[in-house]
Design a protein around this ligand. Structure first.
Ligand SMILES: N[C@@H](CCC(=O)N[C@@H](CS)C(=O)NCC(=O)O)C(=O)O
Length: 238
């Protein structure tokens, strides 16, 4: 298991010339890409539950993907996917819940009905929220994204027994965190705008997640992230 503060070794991504691992040999494998926010959700979940020894990380080079990944592992040809018990499951939001329900480690879904219901509501909105954030990058970014960051601030105020969306750290934080990380960094570096300014709960949230090793192990290099976003979403900023 990774020790606090020590970075777990990151194996080199598999490419079109890499041999497949010995598939369906009983090993549980999580196929990811280091910069993918969806894969990061499953990766944080695996780390938070302390499953570093039980779930092997298999990074894929999406730009030069091995053909066997689509043919033999995951026909949808996306990451993340999880090879477990002779089958392969995908979709990051489903995977958070699947890993939580099928492996040992601290539970990520609270039992309190009010928290459960609010959590389901927040997670059901995450795809449209992130779509709107990416759309904001193409327009008047700060003005368009501000109401979304305000909605995070409001949601973070709903439960007062901790700094996270449902008070204590949960699957909701994992669903939102890879995107909050990316937009926090990109707004700071590209637009010189601190999304936590005037949003103390969002600031506390970011401070607290940065103390969670399961997450910090998965963080993407700040400079590489900005370069990637400039190339992909902000060609006008290059
Ligand atoms: N809805 C999927 C989205 C996964 C996804 O789009 N992953 C991207 C990388 S960030 C991918 O694999 N793209 C490859 C492709 O679309 O060909 C999930 O939540 O798991």
């Amino acid at each position: 298991m990774a020790t606090a503060g020590v970075q777990e070794a990151r194996p080199a991504p598999l490419t079109s010339t890499s041999e497949p691992p010995p598939l369906f040999d009983g090993t549980t494998r999580l196929y990811i890409c280091y910069y993918c926010p969806y894969a990061q959700r499953a990766w944080i979940t695996r780390n938070y539950k302390g499953l570093q020894e039980k779930i092997k990380l298999i990074p894929i080079d999406l730009g030069n993907r091995p053909a066997w990944y689509k043919e033999k592992v995951y026909p949808q040809n996306k990451v993340p996917s999880l090879e477990h018990n002779g089958k392969v499951i995908g979709e990051s939001l489903d995977l958070i819940k699947y890993i939580d329900a099928n492996f040992e480690g601290p539970s990520l879904v609270p039992t309190d009905p009010a928290k459960k219901e609010f959590g389901e509501q927040l997670v059901s909105q995450v795809d449209s929220v992130t779509t709107d954030l990416y759309a904001a990058l193409k327009g008047d970014a700060i003005r368009q994204a501000s109401p979304i960051f305000d909605s995070f601030e409001n949601a973070l105020g709903k439960f007062d027994d901790g700094p996270f969306f449902l008070g204590q750290f949960s699957w909701v934080d994992i669903a939102y965190l890879p995107f909050i990380e990316r937009f926090h960094v990109v707004f700071a570096e590209v637009f010189k705008h601190d999304i936590t300014e005037g949003r103390p709960k969002l600031r506390a949230f970011i401070e607290e997640v940065n103390k969670i090793d399961a997450y910090t192990q998965t963080r993407f290099d700040r400079k590489e992230l900005v370069d990637l976003y400039k190339r992909r979403f902000l060609p006008q900023q290059q």
